[in-house]
Design a protein around this ligand. Structure first.
Ligand code: NAP
Length: 343
């Protein structure tokens, strides 16, 4: 019997298209899903054998029908503050494993609070933030903190250049930066409220060197990392120059090959009383890294190689270092782990 197909919701977007194309090239049966039937059909013309399934967010029956046809559903349509709940709820109701690209903090909190119990009951694995922002920070934090009993502070620092936002990413960033209900994690607890962003300096190793950062950025790292690292503080930061680059916010219609030129270093410090462990991933094309992280997760779930049922972050779903090494082997980035440097 052939394996059930993998469904991609938001398949016509930049991320969804990368995910669908890669799965198709690996020989997986795919269902291209989203709100626009003509866009889905146009993509299906490029991917022989791909099925389509139009379903709007306001049609829970059609979303459940989609999830019922698939073994795993990868959710690539955003902003997730709008799209997250209907699609994830349909997956758990229809009994389908689920992976998403959200970096939104409130989506992550809702996800763990609401979906863990029904996912366990139905023997399902649900993974949020399996992407670049949020996802790499979560995985690198787990790799850096491995073996440490107590960590004072975790910093996930994203240095990104050449990031030309898609429409979906731009709308997500605009909503996130306008939201005054930011979730922070300090003194071993989550807090919700306005946080004045400051400029910090993060000491990236040479050749990048110290960089001015926006700190904190509203990313799901603060929700997911305390679920698996014993720490009192988590903060996510982004290089200030990322958003100052010309064209960052005016590139909705850029061709995919130009978007592929982004470069990144994600550096994570797990700081203890007497030193710190560091983990770093440096590469190019954050869109491809995002897409293939979710593909790798979905393929494992389709093969039955997932974790215990329930709601997961990337690093609770899969052992962090081996998973990162597998992404490194795909050429997505170079991984560096440094243990026990003193401050
Ligand atoms: N965490 C990360 O690092 C990371 C990385 C990549 C992407 N993402 C997130 O993934 C999302 C998509 O990014 P993208 O780059 O693929 O953007 P994109 O190219 O602009 O595509 C957006 C996709 O979302 C769909 N969509 C938007 N609003 C919708 C709604 N109300 N109902 C149904 N579908 C809707 C669009 O459908 P139509 O084609 O019909 O308009 C399209 O398929 C964004 O939220 C982005 O933040 C996160």
């Amino acid at each position: 019997m052939s394996a059930p197909p993998i469904a991609i919701y938001g398949a016509s977007g930049h991320t969804g298209r990368l995910v669908a194309t890669d799965l198709h090239a690996r020989g997986h049966a795919v269902i291209l899903a989203g709100r626009s039937e003509p866009k889905l059909k146009a993509l299906a013309d490029e991917l022989p054998g791909a099925e389509t399934h139009p379903a709007g967010l306001d049609d829970p029956g059609a979303l459940r029908e989609l999830a019922g046809r698939a073994g795993v559903l990868i959710h690539c349509a955003g902003p997730f503050e709008t799209t997250g709940r209907p699609v994830a709820s349909a997956a758990v109701e229809a009994g389908c494993h689920y992976v998403d690209h959200s970096l939104e903090q409130h989506h992550a909190r809702w996800f763990f609070d609401t979906l863990d119990e029904p996912a366990r009951r139905r023997d399902l694995v649900m993974i949020t933030a399996m992407s670049f922002y949020g996802g790499l920070g979560d995985l690198l934090a787990a790799a850096a903190a491995a073996g440490l009993a107590e960590v004072e502070r975790v910093v996930t620092a994203y240095a990104v250049s050449g990031w030309r936002l898609t429409g979906g990413a731009r709308r997500t960033a605009e909503l996130l930066f306008a939201d005054t209900r930011r979730i922070t994690y300090t003194d071993g607890a989550h807090h919700v409220g306005y946080v004045e962003p400051r400029n910090a300096v993060f000491p990236f190793p040479p050749p990048l060197g110290p960089r001015t950062m926006i700190a904190p950025i509203p990313s799901s790292d603060v929700v997911t990392i305390p679920r698996h690292v014993r720490t009192r503080q988590v903060e996510a930061q982004l290089t200030a120059e990322t958003f100052a680059e010309e064209g960052a916010f005016t590139s909705d219609d850029l061709p995919p090959e130009e978007r592929a030129r982004s470069r990144f270093i994600v550096a994570v410090q797990a700081i203890t009383a007497d030193g710190n462990n560091a983990a770093q991933a440096g590469g190019h094309d954050l869109w491809r890294a995002s897409a293939l992280a979710s593909v790798e997760a979905a393929v494992r779930l389709a093969r039955g190689e997932g974790p215990e049922p329930g709601a997961h972050s990337p690093a609770t779903a899969f052992p962090a270092e081996p998973f990162l090494r597998d992404l490194e082997a795909l050429g997505l980035f170079d991984l560096t782990l440094r243990k026990g440097a003193s401050r």
